[in-house]
Write a protein that binds this ligand. Sequence first.
Ligand code: 13P
Ligand code: SF4
Length: 324
Amino acid sequence: MTRALPTATSLYDRVSRVIPSIEWSAFSDDIDAILGLKRQRNAVILAHNYQTPEIFHCVADIVGDSLALARKAMTVEAQVIVLAGVHFMAETAKLLNPDKTVLIPDLGAGCSLADSITAWDVRLMRERYPGVPVVTYVNTSAAVKAESDICCTSGNALAVVKSLGAPRVIMLPDEYLARNIAAQTKVEIIAWKGRCEVHERFAASDIQELREAYPGVTVLAHPECPPEVVAEADFAGSTAAMSDYVGQHKPARVMLMTECSMSDNIAVEHPEIEFVRPCNLCPHMKRITLANIRSALEENRHVVTIDPHVAERARWAVERMLFV
Ligand code: 13P
Ligand code: SF4
């Protein structure tokens, strides 16, 4: 027996704390259409934690940080995967599922970190530091991953660096993530100059000011933030680690030094917690909308493809990370 699909009307209660009812009419038609199209096309939607609540809570089948999305992508049975996130995440899903159709609703959903480095740059780093292993953040193109020894995410970077057992490691391309990891290990880390355009804008002084304005606030920071921000925070971790921290510790008042939708998505689950919101928007994540997810499913676009020679080497680096 086929189960009845939920409807936009039945889903509204879930997100009513973060989406005003006046805005809901702009979403409900697309939500109903997407729920029907997913079944029709045997498709699933994987959504990153930075997706807006109407995507994250109403149409996504699998949600999480980059590491969880990569892991869960491997277990997907549906024939079509729509990646509600940025392009490198869709490429990672395709690397791990070469036989499935992977769609990204907007090809312009990039990432300043992925744009900061090319495969050629990685080859030059290898020439400059012969024999030093290269750990590459997943926020990169498949071509850059293909030049690497192993990938990492913000959720496993420290474990990946330690797993290599080397005294020196090249860690690309996020300078701040590299420095934040270097602070936790004796391994010498050689960094690149890439930055996340969202997290580099936070300053330690923001935290100091907000601690005065909101006494007792617990501050969580993403490790793409500058090291001074991480040092000033109470906890630093991946988007999933921050979400888990809130669920486990249930601070009365919390501030997430990260992308804006994170607080909205967690607030849905924790009405008792006060979220202080000095957040920054990621313009790339925000290119994904209900309307273009619907078009992606209706028109089968944009299909993610990767050169097979690149894919084979890039897959190896991603899979190696998943076994750490
Ligand atoms: P996470 O892996 O922590 O979800 O981070 C991805 C990202 O792009 C953060 O800016
Ligand atoms: Fe890239 Fe930063 Fe946006 Fe994450 S938040 S996708 S690292 S630009």
